[in-house]
Design a protein around this ligand. Structure first.
Ligand code: SF4
Ligand code: SF4
Length: 416
């Protein structure tokens, strides 16, 4: 058993996201699509011990060598560190030999102290910290229950993570206060040495209301402009230094690999989202009775995964609207997220951010080719340095393109 290594296996269940304390949260971000306690949670109820152990046991039994847990909230740290000590204990107790265990946690960062940071480091948790940029941008929307800005407490939590050398990334919600400030955001993240950043457009609908259209606080044009602006900052003469999830995904496709984000994949991953009480759904955006698969405290994991509602859900993404079928960017976008295809008249159309994606795909294409070429050159050089023999000219290329080596990466050998 080992914690947090990179998965290479294809398990029956890609990952499970568990809402550790339901909607309890100590922040009152005005755009939150889930929590309704206004930053003043009353009673904290975390996952029941028996349900936790039952699920972990069953998950380990179907694991095929790899399991992935994502702990979310509300604010999951409100469950207390002893809850997470129990989690890692149960994972270790029930993991078959040689199982890779991945844990990530999405937190607002305000409760992280030295003890949490060293726990995350010890068990290789990947910590996603929500931060909307420098103080003015963050505190415009992300406030404590008292109404005070959360920036200083978040940054204090990040300092603990840095001191403990724990892995973390930054999740930034895009809204009216930061959408036009791509350069300022990037400057701030680089000054702070944040190596991994993800941007998500701010939702203006509740995830539980699956019959309402997915609408957002920013327009497709604003998001498209933002992506182009942040691409300029990311590009760095063809040698990007900061990892930005959207461009990492795009680059992966240019390198003949798969994107990481579910919305950029051909199908939605086989994923479970669990409410604190064990109710199971196929996705965080489909938390509705229509898609309730059962409850992990009562039903077997196998029953949940073979429930026909799961199949119905997985039919959604590949059922592309006509414009996607002939779209030149389908290999990059795969029609986006089906939740964002729901329109106000309850019909399906192209995803809300279709035009934003097209805008940045066009804008970035030539420079993305340069970045991909630079990455390939570096990989080839590393292989040569490691004594790896290059393929014959008519053999398959080493980059996975399935093209002949001479038609793909061989010309890059003359790069010096
Ligand atoms: S519905 Fe959207 S968010 Fe959910 S798994 Fe599919 S692409 Fe991802
Ligand atoms: S860019 Fe638009 S049309 Fe093209 S695949 Fe994506 S959502 Fe469909």
């Amino acid at each position: 058993m080992s914690y947090g290594e990179i998965p290479t296996l294809k398990p029956a269940l890609t990952s499970v996201m568990w809402k550790t304390v339901s909607e309890a949260c100590n922040l009152a971000c005005d755009y939150c699509y889930y929590s309704q306690c206004n930053g003043m949670p009353k009673k904290i109820e975390h996952i029941d011990d028996t349900v936790l152990e039952k699920f972990i046991t069953e998950y380990m039994n179907i694991s095929k060598g790899y399991v992935s847990f994502v702990w979310q909230g509300g604010e999951p740290l409100l469950a207390g560190i002893d809850f997470f000590r129990k989690v890692v204990h149960l994972q270790a107790k029930h993991a078959p030999n040689n199982t890779i265990i991945s844990n990530s946690i999405q937190t607002n960062g305000t409760l992280i102290n030295e003890e949490w940071a060293s726990f995350f480091k010890e068990y290789n948790f990947l910590v996603g910290v929500s931060l909307d940029g420098p103080e003015d941008m963050n505190d415009a929307r992300r406030v404590m229950g008292s109404g005070k800005g959360s920036y200083k407490r978040i940054m204090r939590g990040i300092e603990y993570l840095k001191d403990a050398n724990a892995d973390f990334n930054i999740l930034t919600v895009l809204h009216e206060n930061n959408i036009t400030r791509a350069a300022d955001l990037m400057k701030f993240y680089q000054e702070q040495n944040f190596p991994f950043v993800q941007f998500i457009p701010c939702m203006d609908f509740r995830a539980q209301e699956i019959n309402k259209p997915g609408v957002f606080l920013i327009t497709p044009k604003q998001y498209g402009d933002f992506l182009c602006d942040i691409f300029d900052e990311w590009y760095n003469d063809g040698m990007p230094q900061t990892s930005i999830r959207f461009f990492d995904d795009m680059l992966a496709v240019y390198l003949n690999q798969h994107a990481g984000l579910c919305s950029h994949l051909e199908t939605c991953p086989k994923h479970l989202v669990l409410e604190q009480n064990g109710d199971a759904y196929p996705c965080d955006f489909f938390i509705h009775e229509e898609y309730r698969l059962g409850n992990v405290g009562v039903d077997t994991l196998e029953d949940l995964l073979t429930n026909e509602l799961m199949e119905n859900f997985h039919d959604l993404k590949p059922n592309l609207p006509d414009p996607c079928k002939s779209c030149e960017f389908l290999h990059l976008c795969h029609g986006g997220c089906p939740r964002n295809r729901i329109k106000s008249n309850n019909e399906f159309g192209v995803e809300y951010f279709c035009e934003s994606h097209k805008q940045v795909y066009r804008y970035a294409h030539e420079r993305m080719q340069i970045v991909a070429s630079n990455v390939k050159k570096k990989r080839i050089q590393d292989l040569i340095n490691a004594g790896y023999k290059m393929p014959g000219r008519n053999d398959h290329c080493i980059c996975g393109s399935m093209k002949k080596f001479k038609k793909c990466c061989e010309p890059l050998l003359s790069f010096n």
